[in-house]
Design a protein around this ligand. Structure first.
Ligand SMILES: [Zn+2]
Ligand SMILES: [Zn+2]
Length: 629
C-alpha cells in the first residue's frame, strides 16, 4: 500500500537502463584480497556477488521447437528432475499461449504476482503457490522422461534464466512444492528418507544411469558436465547472484541520464562538450502521468536537437539513483576547485585510496559494491590511479533500544539523544556512547550506565577541589599515570574507546583513594579525557589556568614504558611452601628487605616463634618462602 494515499501499489514493467556491473563481478571479488576490510564485511561482499559454479542445461519442450535453459549448481542430480518452474513473466508463455489451455488461470496468477515485491516473492514466501501450465511439457534431457512445467512467483525473471529445474528429493523448496502439487519425487542420492523430507547431504548416486555407484559429489558433477557437453545438451558455467544495476529512477532529484532519442538515429548519447547535463529549474517535483519522471512534463527540457543529425529529438527524462553520486563524491574532495576534470590525477595519486572508511553495516553491500565498481571502471578508463577506492573498511555496532531490539518508532523504544543531552549534558552522552560496548558490536541502551558516566564526569569536575601544586607526577601516581597514558593512547588508535574510558575510571578511583591530585597529573588527565568529554575538560583547563584552550594548547602526553611497571607488587609469604600471608612491597625491593618484611607479618611471626629457620628465599615480585623446623 502507498504510504501517502493508501491505494494499492502495483508493479509495472518499464524499460530500464542497466549498468553492467556483472562484467566486474570477478574483479570485485579479486579486489577483496588486496584490501583490509573486517571479515564480515568481506563476507557480505562475497555473498552479494554470489559467484557459483555449475552447469547450464537446455531442456527440450514436447511438440514445441523451443528450449528452456536453466542453470544449476547440482547437475549431478539431473536424473532426479521431475518438474520445472518458470517465472510467471517468462516470455515463452505469451509466445505459445495458443497451445496453453489454462491461460485464464495463468493470467489471474500473474496479476496476483504483480502486487508483490521481489522481496515478498523470494524471501517471505511461507506457502508455495503456483500454476501448472496445461499444454507445456518438458523433457528431462538425461532420461527422456516427460515432466510438467509450472509457473511460480519464487522464480524471478531477473535472476539467471527465469527457469529452474526441480529436484524434490534433494532440495527443501522443491520438496515442499512437489508435495503440495503431487509431483513425483525420485531419490538419486542415498542417505535420507525421502518419504519424510528432502535429503540434502552427500551419498551414493542411485537411479542415475551412468552416475550410479559414484559417491563423490565433485566427480559426479564433472562427469555429468562432460556428458552434457558431449551430447550438446548443456555446458559448465559460472553464475553470479549479483544482477546488473538498474540505473534509472522516475524522480526529479538525480543526475539526468544524458541520452537523446532521435526518430532517425535512435538513441544517441549527449556529446562530451555538453556534459554535465544539468537539471532544469522546476516548481513542481511531482511525478508525471502513469509513473513518468517529473522531467517528462518540462517541454523545454524534453525537446532538443539530435547531436548527430540535428533534427528534432527528445531527451531521456529518467534520472540516476542516489547511488550514482554516493559512488564517487569523495574523489572531488581531493581537488574541489578543479574546473577541467573531477580531480587532478597526481593529486588522486597522492591522496587515494581512502586510508580508512568507517561506516554503518547497512552500507557494506550496495553502496560499497557500487562505489568499488564505479572506481574500478574509472580505473579502467585511466582516470584514477588505483584499483580500489578504500584501503580499510570498518563498521560501528548499532545502538539498540533499552529492550535490546533495534530502535524503531513503531516499537516505541527510540532514545532521543537531544533529550539525553538536556538531562545529562553532551559530554555524558558522548562518553556513554563510546563506553557502552565494543565499537563493532551492537549494544542496548542502558539508563543506569548513562548515570554511571554522569558520575564519572562529575567526579572529574570535582578534582578541582583536591588539586595541589606540583609540576611532575607524584610518586604515588607515577606508574598509574604512565600506564593510563599508554592504555588510552593505544586503545583510541584501535577504536577501543570503551576500555580507554574504563582505564580512566580506574585511574580516577586511585586518585580519590589517595585523596589528592597535583597540577601535572590533572593536566594530563584532562587531555586524556578531552576526546570523550570535550566541554567539561575545556572548562576545567581554563578554570585551572593551564591556558586558553585545551584543544589548541595541549600536546598529547607521552609515556615511559619503564614507568608503566607497577611501583608496588603483591607477594605471598610462605612457610614450608604453605601460604601464610600476602603483602604489598615496592616492585624493586631487595631480597633481604622483602624477607624481613615478610617475617614481620603477624601469622608468619607467630608460627616462626618455636621453629628454627633453615632457609629463606625471595622470588622477585612473587613470593618469600621460609623453610623452618
Ligand atoms: Zn499514493
Ligand atoms: Zn538524429
Amino acid at each position: 500500500k502507498c504510504d501517502i494515499c493508501h491505494s494499492e501499489v502495483v508493479q509495472k514493467s518499464k524499460d530500464v537502463w542497466y549498468l553492467r556491473i556483472t562484467e566486474y563481478a570477478d574483479k570485485l571479488l579479486e579486489g577483496l584480497k588486496h584490501v583490509d576490510y573486517l571479515p564480515n564485511i568481506k563476507a557480505q561482499q562475497e555473498h552479494w556477488i554470489g559467484k557459483s559454479r555449475g552447469a547450464f542445461v537446455n531442456f527440450s519442450l514436447k511438440d514445441i521447437p523451443e528450449k528452456l535453459r536453466i542453470y544449476t549448481t547440482r547437475p549431478d542430480t539431473l536424473f532426479g528432475v521431475t518438474f520445472m518452474v518458470i517465472a510467471p513473466e517468462h516470455p515463452i508463455i505469451d509466445k505459445y499461449q495458443d497451445k496453453i489451455r489454462n491461460m485464464d488461470e495463468i493470467a489471474d496468477y500473474r496479476t496476483e504476482c504483480s502486487k508483490k515485491t521481489e522481496f515478498e516473492r523470494t524471501q517471505l514466501v511461507k506457502d508455495k503457490t503456483g500454476v501448472k501450465i496445461d499444454g507445456l511439457t518438458a523433457i528431462n534431457p538425461v532420461n527422456g522422461k516427460e515432466i510438467p512445467v509450472y509457473i511460480s512467483d519464487y522464480v524471478m525473471m531477473g535472476y539467471g534464466t527465469g527457469a529452474i529445474m526441480a529436484v524434490p528429493a534433494h532440495d527443501d523448496r522443491d520438496y515442499e512444492f512437489a508435495k503440495k502439487f503431487g509431483i513425483d519425487i525420485i531419490e538419486v542420492i542415498k542417505g535420507g528418507d525421502i518419504e519424510k523430507a528432502a535429503y540434502t547431504g552427500d551419498g551414493e548416486m542411485v537411479n542415475s544411469g551412468f552416475l550410479n555407484g559414484m559417491d563423490n559429489k565433485k566427480d559426479s558433477i564433472k562427469k555429468m558436465i562432460d556428458y552434457l557437453t558431449e551430447k550438446g545438451i548443456g555446458e559448465g558455467g559460472v553464475q553470479y547472484k549479483m544482477k546488473d544495476w538498474a540505473f534509472n529512477r522516475q524522480r526529479y532529484w538525480g543526475e539526468p541520464i544524458p541520452i537523446v532519442y532521435c526518430p532517425k538515429c535512435g538513441m544517441v548519447p549527449v556529446p562530451y562538450d555538453e556534459l554535465p547535463l544539468k537539471l532544469p529549474n522546476v516548481e513542481n517535483f511531482e511525478p508525471g502521468q502513469d509513473g513518468e519522471s517529473p522531467l517528462a512534463k518540462i517541454d523545454s527540457f524534453v525537446n532538443c536537437k539530435c547531436p548527430v543529425c540535428g533534427g528534432d529529438a527528445k531527451r531521456e527524462t529518467d534520472t540516476m539513483p542516489q547511488w550514482a553520486g554516493s559512488s564517487w563524491y569523495f574523489l572531488r574532495y581531493v581537488d574541489p576547485h578543479n574546473d577541467k576534470t573531477f580531480a587532478d590525477y597526481d593529486k588522486l595519486k597522492y591522496w587515494m585510496p581512502v586510508d580508512w572508511y568507517n561506516g554503518g553495516m547497512e552500507h557494506v553491500t550496495r553502496h560499497l559494491i557500487y562505489s568499488r565498481f564505479w572506481y574500478k571502471f574509472l580505473y579502467d578508463l585511466g582516470v584514477v590511479p588505483y584499483e580500489e577506492p578504500y584501503q580499510k573498511r570498518t563498521a560501528q555496532g548499532l545502538i539498540l533500544g533499552p529492550d535490546g531490539v533495534k530502535m524503531s518508532k513503531s516499537r516505541g523504544n527510540v532514545i532521543d539523544p537531544n533529550e539525553v543531552v538536556d538531562v545529562y549534558g553532551a559530554d555524558v552522552l558522548r562518553t556513554y556512547v563510546l563506553f557502552m560496548g565494543d565499537y563493532e558490536q551492537a549494544a542496548p541502551w542502558s539508563e543506569s550506565s548513562v548515570k554511571g558516566c554522569k558520575r564519572f564526569i562529575d567526579r572529574i569536575f570535582n578534582l578541582q577541589e583536591i588539586l595541589t601544586d606540583g609540576d611532575e607526577y607524584s610518586k604515588e601516581l607515577m606508574s598509574a599515570m604512565h600506564k593510563t597514558v599508554k592504555k588510552v593512547s593505544e586503545d583510541i588508535e584501535q577504536m577501543k574507546y570503551n576500555t580507554a574510558i574504563a582505564a580512566l575510571m580506574t585511574l580516577l578511583n586511585k586518585i580519590y583513594e589517595i585523596g589528592k591530585i597535583n597540577r601535572a597529573e590533572l593536566k594530563t588527565l584532562l587531555i586524556l579525557v578531552n576526546p570523550f568529554a570535550p566541554h567539561v575538560t575545556e572548562e576545567m583547563w581554563s578554570n585551572c589556568g593551564y591556558g586558553e584552550m585545551l584543544a589548541k594548547d595541549a600536546k598529547w602526553p607521552s609515556f615511559d614504558e619503564a614507568k608503566c611497571v607497577d611501583s608496588t607488587v603483591e607477594i605471598v609469604a610462605q612457610i614450608n611452601g604453605k601460604i601464610r600471608a600476602r603483602l604489598s612491597v615496592p616492585a624493586d625491593i631487595e631480597s633481604d628487605e622483602a624477607i624481613s618484611l615478610a617475617k614481620k607479618e603477624e601469622n608468619i611471626a607467630a608460627e616462626l616463634e618455636n621453629k628454627n629457620i633453615i632457609k629463606e628465599i625471595y622470588v622477585k615480585g612473587k613470593l618469600v618462602n621460609i623453610v623452618a623446623k
